[in-house]
Ligand binder design. Structure first.
Ligand code: GTP
Ligand code: MG
Length: 331
């Protein structure tokens, strides 16, 4: 079915939608009315009508019975951050698989440090807070540091009863590095392509019967490339559309691989805020609605950081204090 077959969409409107990247029924179905109003220069009511029709035609928003979902949730795994208090924000145990968790906050708030720690911890056995898996990291800011991984591995070795008997006693630094697959993303299109590639790599490892299948995908940062490439109001709808697709691809990865998807996001200062915290995450509601869990990180004294769970499907808003120390993320 073509866009032109949607009620209210003539050739001229279809053309405008395609130009803005809304080139399929699926894309229109998940667009917001405001986006359509802006890109196609139509009224709010027409926009809503078009979106509803696209949703029906694309079969988006279909039903699944609760027992099927419960069945799938039985497989949900947990990945520890290294900090009990931070893990507790997720209801204990850490980040969930089959979900996307967003960490947003200003520079130095610890987003990249948490990403490194998760890439190490995912390799631990399940009974030690890991997922016995490997990690994929899409590094858009060139901030991956193997040296930091080394410190974290050593940190895990030294914990527990006496040195060398920590939760990571069996980890080998070089093996750990081999189980972190890193790709630099040079621009937003490349970044989107890398999620596809991540899916292929995960599939390949599964087929080979790899000892450590991919159980974690990190995108650090998920939004920076988009932000720098799309400047000015005129291209905002196009940008949001792309971020939306990108994040949904990432979420699909989480489902297909029973994996944790962790993304980071910067904040910008809202010039019109008179009260409260003037910062807000980039990407606005598009990122917010796609991420299953959203955490806001703030700097505190020295190594201390404060994390606030601002959005989750079944947990209350809550705060936790953790620290970024030499050995990694800890209470
Ligand atoms: P942006 O990417 O710039 O938005 O920031 P971010 O949130 O990713 O910050 P990141 O995770 O890189 O945190 C950087 C902070 O972590 C530094 O300011 C340090 O406080 C801390 N940090 C980084 N490396 C080390 C380390 O080796 N030892 C210790 N103790 N702290 C570190
Ligand atoms: Mg960073």
């Amino acid at each position: 079915m073509d866009l032109e077959e949607l009620p209210g969409v003539g050739p001229a409107i279809a053309e405008k939608l395609r130009e803005a990247g809304l080139n399929s029924l699926e894309a229109v179905a998940v667009a917001s009315p405001a986006e359509l109003v802006e890109t196609a220069e139509i009224g709010e009511a027409t926009a809503a009508k078009i979106i509803n029709a696209a949703r029906k035609a694309a079969n988006i928003g279909g039903f699944e019975t609760g027992d099927k979902i419960l069945e799938r949730r039985k497989d949900v795994g947990r990945l520890s951050t290294g900090s009990k208090s931070l893990d507790n924000l997720f209801g204990g145990g850490g980040l969930e698989t089959q979900a996307m968790t967003e960490f947003y906050g200003e520079f130095g708030s610890g987003k990249t440090q948490i990403a490194h720690q998760l890439a190490v911890n995912v390799q631990l056995p399940v009974e030690r807070g890991g997922l016995d898996g490997s990690a994929i990291m899409i590094d858009t800011e060139n901030t991956f540091r193997p040296e930091r991984i080394k410190e974290m591995v050593e940190g895990l070795k030294g914990e527990g009863e006496g040195a060398g008997e920590g939760v990571g006693a069996e980890l080998d630094y070089e093996e750990v590095l081999k189980n972190i697959h890193i790709a630099r993303a040079y621009n937003s299109n490349h970044q989107m392509l890398l999620v596809e590639k991540a899916g292929e790599l995960a599939e390949e490892l599964k087929k080979k019967g790899a000892e450590k299948p991919v159980r974690l995908m990190i995108i650090d940062s998920a939004t920076a490339q988009f932000r720098s490439e799309y400047v000015g109001r005129g291209t905002l709808a196009g940008r949001q559309q792309k971020i939306n697709k990108h994040l949904h691809d990432a979420l699909k990865f989480a489902d297909l691989n029973n994996a944790v998807v962790m993304i980071t996001n910067q904040v910008m200062v809202r010039p019109d805020a008179f009260f409260g915290d003037p910062t807000r995450p980039i990407g606005g509601h598009i990122v917010g609605h796609t991420a299953t869990f959203r955490l806001y990180l703030r700097k505190s004294k020295g190594e201390k950081r404060i994390a606030r769970l601002v959005d989750s499907p079944n947990l209350p808003e809550a705060e936790a204090v953790f620290s970024v120390s030499k050995v990694g993320i800890r209470d």
